[in-house]
Every structure is written in structure tokens, then in C-alpha cells.
Design a protein around this ligand. Structure first.
Ligand code: TXA
Ligand code: MG
Length: 321
């Protein structure tokens, strides 16, 4: 069932059930993070590997402190600028955070999402919500309640409908476990903006496309292949990718360019005005739309390698792997 009833969501979460929640990035599949059996349901419902830890969501830093977590100085600076917002912080865990949430690692991921409905919900809870993106493991993250309904609707009791996600790609992940902060995932907050507040960061995002495994646990969830549509997606120079292809059997995902040879209804132009924020917001819905068309290939452009373009290219590259 889908609706906007916060009280219903609270009752379900308190009794150990799952609720899909809207955030500014993507929809999350939430459970009481302090209830290990509720968290187990997340892994089962998503078919998520047990080694992949979850982000906990709350509405305030004071609550995090109350749960035994200490906040590094540079994290505080970022919190002041960007939380609530599309940024996730990795810090040493406390005893109160169950092992199942962190997949046995000594660190926990925390985030304050920027969404009025979910902030209202979180403000009424005295526990954090563990929530991965609300998609079956490996598929594209959902950016609307309808996306969640299509794939998980019959597996969860409630989807809290907060409309279309305004950022549209997952949060940026920054780790404070080493001296210099490390970027583990490009996402909804640009590395440029982070650097402007706290100075240099190490960008640890795997750019070689090499598979990250449990032996290489820097960011356990950042598998080389991820976020993939069912159709084959190719990521590169469109003119080259078009060579030898039947133009009626492909769909393009582009930034702002229109390609003359290709039928217009097979071109998903993410931002005719050339705005990377707008392109990020529309990316996952476009991938889903292309996936539903009667075609053989999805061809996606390489976006400008800056600001949210980094997150867009990252998701496309993993979809193409
Ligand atoms: O925008 C978002 O972050 C969304 C919304 C729902 O908040 N959530 C999300 O969760 O994208 P998920 O589970 O799909 O991705 C979380 C990523 C995974 O790659 C996971 O491996 C990583 O965060 N992660 C979580 N806890 C971690 C930890 N303790 N150490 C390192 N990486 C961690
Ligand atoms: Mg995910």
C-alpha cells in the first residue's frame, strides 16, 4: 500500500516491519536499526548480500551522540553546511549499533536526509532507520513511490509517498576513519563543494572498473557491476556506439545533445539546458524508461567529469559493466 500516513509508518516501524521512505536522493527501504530481526528483513527483501552494510538515518546529530557516536571535527563542519542533505558520513560505530547494520565492520554510515515527510517521521522516532535504496539488489535505485511499488510493492506493507526525489542519485559517502577524509562514493553532493568546506579529501572511488569484493572492503557495496537495467547499456562516445547499430533498436540517454539520425522518441535528453543537477535528477527514471522500451541497446553519453557529472558517469559505468 502507498500513502502519506506518517502515523501508520511509525506503527509499522515500531513493530519491526519495513516501510519504504522518500529521501531527496532515492527511496529507502527502512527498518528500526536497533531491531536486528527487522534489519534482517531488509536483506531478505532486497536479496542483498550480507557483507554489504547499511546507512542509518536520523534527523539530528544530538540523537547520534545519544547513541554513543562521536562526531569528528571535519564531519561537524560538513554537517553545518550540508545536513540535512545528500551526504553520508562513515565513523567508528558504538556498541548500540547492531552488527547486522554494519555487516560486522567497526564503522557505521550515518545520514540526515533532506525530505520534509521523512524528517517529520524521523523526528518522532527514538531509533535510527537502517535504509538501503529500495530496489532489488543490483537493479536501478527508485526515485519515485511508483518505482518502489513496481518491484517491492507485494513484499512490504507500506510505501510512504513523498513524490519524485529531487536529487535523484544516491548520497555521496565520505569516510572519517583515516587522517584525511576519503570519498567512497560520488553522489548527490559534489566533491568540489565538500573540498571547499574541509579542504583536501582523498578520492577513493574505484575508477578502473575493477570489481570490489569482500577482500577489498573499502566500500563494500560499490561493486563494479551495479544499478544495471536488464537491457544491455553501453557507455561512451555516441557516434562510435551508433556504428553498425539498427537505429530503430536503440535508445539514447544524453545530457543535452540531440542526435539527428536517431528517432526523437528514442532519445532521452536529461537536461536540454545543460544542467548537471537536472540531469542527475532524471537519470534513473530515464534508465527505467529505456529498459521498458522494445529495443536491444541503451546507449549513454559520457557526461562532463565534474560536479554531479561524476556521480552520473559512475552510475552509467556500473550499469554498463
Ligand atoms: O542516498 C542514499 O545514500 C540512499 C538513501 C536511501 O539514503 N541509500 C543508499 O543505500 O544508497 P545503499 O545501501 O544502497 O548504499 C549504501 C552504500 C553501500 O555501498 C554500502 O556498502 C556503503 O554505503 N556503506 C554502508 N555502511 C558502510 C560502512 N560502515 N563502511 C563502508 N561503506 C558502507
Ligand atoms: Mg543501493
Amino acid at each position: 500500500m502507498t500513502g502519506t500516513d506518517i502515523e501508520r509508518a511509525i506503527l509499522l516501524l515500531r513493530s519491526g516491519e519495513l516501510v519504504a521512505i522518500p529521501t531527496e536522493t532515492v527511496y529507502g527501504l527502512a527498518a528500526n536499526a536497533f531491531d536486528a530481526s527487522a534489519v534482517t528483513k531488509i536483506y531478505k527483501t532486497k536479496n542483498r548480500p550480507q557483507f554489504n552494510p547499511l546507512i542509518i538515518h536520523t534527523n539530528s546529530i544530538e540523537k547520534l551522540k545519544g547513541w554513543g557516536l562521536s562526531i569528528p571535527e571535519k564531519m561537524s563542519q560538513l554537517v553545518n553546511h550540508f545536513s540535512p542533505g545528500p551526504l553520508t558520513y562513515i565513523i567508528p560505530k558504538s556498541n548500540q549499533i547492531p552488527e547486522i547494520v554494519t555487516a560486522g565492520t567497526p564503522a557505521v554510515a550515518v545520514r540526515i536526509p533532506q525530505h520534509s515527510l521523512t524528517l517529520q517521521l524521523l523526528s518522532k522516532l527514538d531509533f535510527p532507520l537502517a535504509a538501503p535504496s529500495a530496489n532489488p539488489s543490483g537493479y536501478i535505485s527508485p526515485t519515485s513511490a511508483k518505482h518502489v511499488e513496481q518491484q517491492l510493492g507485494n513484499k512490504i506493507p507500506y510505501i510512504l509517498d513523498g513524490g519524485d526525489c529531487q536529487v535523484g542519485v544516491e548520497s555521496t559517502i565520505i569516510s572519517f576513519l583515516n587522517m584525511t577524509p576519503e570519498i567512497l562514493r560520488h553522489g548527490g553532493l559534489s566533491v568540489e563543494k565538500i573540498g571547499a568546506v574541509i579542504g583536501p579529501v582523498n578520492d577513493k572511488v574505484n575508477t578502473s572498473g575493477k570489481e570490489i569484493t569482500t577482500d577489498n572492503p573499502v566500500a563494500p557495496g560499490m561493486l563494479a557491476k551495479h544499478y544495471a537495467p536488464k537491457k544491455q547499456l553501453l557507455h561512451g562516445d555516441i557516434h562510435k556506439l551508433l556504428e553498425g547499430k539498427d537505429l530503430s533498436r536503440i535508445t539514447l540517454i544524453t545530457f543535452s545533445t540531440i542526435y539527428e539520425k536517431v528517432p526523437l522518441n528514442h532519445q532521452l535528453v536529461l537536461s536540454p539546458a545543460g544542467n548537471l543537477d537536472e540531469a542527475a535528477q532524471k537519470l534513473f527514471a530515464a534508465m527505467r524508461k529505456a529498459d521498458e522500451m522494445d529495443i536491444d541497446y541503451i546507449l549513454a553519453e559520457i557526461f562532463p567529469d565534474k560536479e554531479l557529472g561524476k556521480a552520473i558517469n559512475d552510475r552509467l559505468k556500473r550499469a554498463a559493466y
